[in-house]
Every structure is written in C-alpha cells, then in structure tokens.
Ligand binder design. Sequence first.
Ligand SMILES: [Fe+2]
Ligand SMILES: [Fe+2]
Length: 403
Amino acid sequence: MGLERDVTGLLKTIEKLHGIQDLHLLLERSLHEARTFLNADAGTIYLKERGKLYFRFIENDTLFKNGAEDNKHLYYSSSIEISMDSVAGFVAKKGEPLMIDDVYDLPVDVSYHFNPEFDKKSKYRTKSLLVVPIKSSSGQIHGVIQLINAKDDSGEIQPFSGMDRIYLSYFAQSAAQAIERAYLSRDMVLRMVEMVALRDPFETINHATRVGEFALELYDRYADARDVSSTERYVKKDIFRTAAMLHDVGKFGVEDQLMNREGPLSDEEKSKVYLHTIYGARLFQNNQSLYDRVAHEVALNHHERWDGRGYPGKYRESNTGEIHFGTGKKGEEIPLSSRIVSICDVFDTLIMRRAYKDPWDVDSALHYIRSKAGKQFDPELVDLFVNMKEIILAIIANHPVLE
Ligand SMILES: [Fe+2]
Ligand SMILES: [Fe+2]
C-alpha cells in the first residue's frame, strides 16, 4: 500500500465505527482498524480515569497470535501518571501527538523516557512509535492511542510518517466522540433509575447498583466456568451491569398504588404489575447495539422462571394493543443475562425492607436462593452465586441497604 493509502477505505471504516454504540467494542475496533490501516505491528489504548492513564486495549501481532489473547488480561489493571516523564503521559498532558523513530535512541533534550518494562517482560522490541491524544472537540483529553512499529510492505520496521499522524488523529477523534457518548449514557442510566424510584421508593439507586454489581460478578464467574474469551467478557461485563441496573425501568409505567401494596393483589392488578417487564423492554426495542439487545432481554425476562412458571412468557399483543400473557419461557429459552439478573434481583429484594416484608439477613437469603435452584433459578448459576458470599458482602458494604 505504501504512501498511496486507500483514503476512501479509511472514510468507509470511520463511518462503520460511528455505527457502533458500545464504547468498549468501538475502542477495540478503532484500535484494530487504525493499526491495520497504518500497518503497525502493535497498538494500545489508554483511557484517562481518576486522573491517571489506564491501559485498556492492546493488540500485538507478534506477541498475541491467535488464541494467545488471554495474555492481554494481564495488562488491563496497570496505570501510569499523566506527567512529562513517560511517552503516553506526555501526550496526555500536552494534548499533542508524538512521533518517535526509535524509542531506545531518544533525543537528549526531551523530558520523557521510554519504559522498557513491557519489552523486557514480553521479549518484544519496540522501535517506532506514533502516539496521539484522544481529545474531544472541546479540548478535553480522554486518553491516548499509541501505535507501535510501523512496517513496510516487506514487514521491516520503519518510522511513522506525517500522513500516518493525520490518519491516526481521525481515529482518535471518533474514539473521543464515542467516549463522550458513553459518559452521557452512564449519567442517563442513573437518571432513569432515579425516575423509577419516584414510582417505587424501594427501587433505589443502591438496589439497582447492587443488582448491577452482583450480576457483573456472577457473569464473570460463569465466564470463568465456561471459558469465555477475555475480549468477549470485557465487552459484555459492562453491558450486563448496565442492563441489570435497568431491570425494573418499566415500573415507571405502572400505577404507584399497586407497586408496594400490602395484602394480595387481584388478578387484574397482578397483570398490571406484570406489564412492567414489557414496558421496560419497549424502551430498548431498537436492538441497534448489543447494549440495547441485552437491556431489552433483561427487562423483558427477569421474572421468567427456570421451571417455566414465570411471566410475561410468550405473550402476544392484539391489534388494539391489548397484551395477552403466554406460557412462560423455560430453562435456556430464558437468555443468560436474564437468568443472572433474576437471581441477583430476588436476592437483593430479600435483604431489603419492603412495604410488605422486613429485611432478611444474607445467610437466609442465600439459603432461599439455593432452595429454588432448578425451580425458579438456573441451578448452575445458583451454585456460582451462593459461592460468592464474600464478594456479595463487600458489595453490600460499598452500597449499603438502607433501613
Ligand atoms: Fe421486576
Ligand atoms: Fe428490582
């Protein structure tokens, strides 16, 4: 390809990237496409969180050939200071790109150093670098994207060019937009939960947050047990958490008086409460992104039961918009995300005070969950859940159950 890079191809790629809603997926794709387009051997993305840069995505043709991607997980938690000392820190601090022909032969008058730790640990030889800030249009720095070892057509390492820098800046720009969208939607999620709390004072932010955290942990354990790849896991974890937090968002459409009534409800009243599953699912029915699909699944199916006796089941809607509940979904007909959230939601409801019940202690609630394995809940997930008591306690300590 040489200097004559395919600019039409670039524009098409960036357009495609704009269609991805999920932040992690988008960053991962941006890195991959940028690296492929500029023919670089490796690349990383750092995101700025709590005033530091965190290693978030890594691709390396030499180190991580097919199947070796689990190594990537090792680097996710490492962070660096935003200061003039390191290459990425320098770029994040100055907000300007940096091009280095050989990191082991830096000019004497620069403030930054190259950290050889990664090379040493992995026996990799980093040579040329192109590092650009992920900067929003208002000038805010969200992170850094770094490409390593540009290759010529024969695979020889060479310096990056001025054009490469311009191209990579385009990718960084679309990454910045995606990050800002993601922050916006994170705030929107919390506002939606607050709106539900207006209807049902027991659906608090803390309840939603705990259910989200339990679900995240339970999915992680399931992924371990089933050998789910680290990339898939990284993408899905965040989605599962958000979707779990929004499980009861459809309660906004149900009358206040029904929600926390003591004493039994009539059949008609029950159906009105059941409708919160369908109302919630409607909010995400576009199914544009993985995020929409999972949030839809969870809202719709979090009251289905493993034994098929849950609701709303395979319902249908008549022409006049009337809803007829159907036979319950059963076993693995119920999506994994919903089987997970159903356990977490019931558990958390047990340990909370409700208008109709006192709070239970954690052991009794876990005992109850265990007793419903194979009836209300997926038995495999129940096993994993009752074994995560320590983490459950830590999550409750961080997001207390208010009496
Ligand atoms: Fe619900
Ligand atoms: Fe709930």
